[in-house]
Ligand binder design. Structure first.
Ligand SMILES: [Zn+2]
Length: 217
């Protein structure tokens, strides 16, 4: 109960944000995504990762700004944030014609004493070995885009846990507990009803809206 009280106090203090004389806010207040890659991905993968996450999350009114964790100086300001660590190889070179049927978790979000923390890991190696045979059927110039889209769907799933503040899963869409290769590589994969609603009414969405409405001095 004490924790809940502290959380409510923090929320109650938020409107004050609008009264301070900060620099003018942008028309949209994005959620900061701090990233660390074990191995820097090629531009084609990175671009598809950014574009696909935007297309999955925009219908829920959530916007993101990507920042490198490696360049953090400690003076950045953001209303909400999450930290994403990408493990292994996030490229499409050297694929083999064998999909791992059960590669293990493709991504996971850290939890402490039942509280969901804004830290997620995405396992590029496992996603690669899970989809690689099918990626070989994609035209070589389109492979990085397909793989980047697959990574974005795993990222969107983990961000759902963080920003909807839940460990629950849906029965279909990006919020379901396990994905097929086709769902990772297909043209379109979105959140469905309940999970989509949970994100629309999330604290992160409310905080983002408040910051966006802050009048400029
Ligand atoms: Zn999950």
């Amino acid at each position: 109960m004490k924790q809940l009280f502290v959380l409510c106090l923090t929320l109650g203090a938020l409107p004050g944000f609008g009264e301070t004389r900060q620099t003018p806010v942008a028309p949209i207040a994005p959620i900061a995504l701090y990233t660390h890659f074990d191995q820097e991905p090629p531009d084609g993968v990175l671009e598809a990762l950014h574009d696909e996450l935007e297309s999955i999350m925009a219908p829920m009114g959530l916007a993101f700004e990507w920042r490198s964790l490696d360049g953090v100086r400690g003076n950045e300001i953001s209303v909400e944030l999450a930290v994403l660590t990408f493990k292994g190889r996030c490229d499409t070179a050297g694929l083999s014609a064998h999909n791992a049927a059960n590669p293990g978790a493709l991504g996971w979000t850290h939890v402490s004493d039942g509280a969901i923390l804004p830290f997620s890991d995405v396992d590029c190696d496992r996603i690669r070995t899970f989809v690689q045979k099918d990626l070989l059927f994609v035209r070589p110039p389109d492979r990085e885009e397909s793989f980047g889209r697959a990574l974005a769907r795993v990222v969107a799933h983990e961000l759902y846990h963080i920003f909807a503040n839940t460990s629950q899963h849906g029965s279909c869409g990006v919020g379901k507990a396990a994905y097929t290769v086709q769902e990772l590589l297909g043209d379109d994969f979105q959140f469905e009803g309940r999970e989509s609603q949970a994100l629309r009414t999330s604290k992160a969405h409310g905080v983002q809206e408040n910051a966006t409405r802050t009048p400029t001095p």
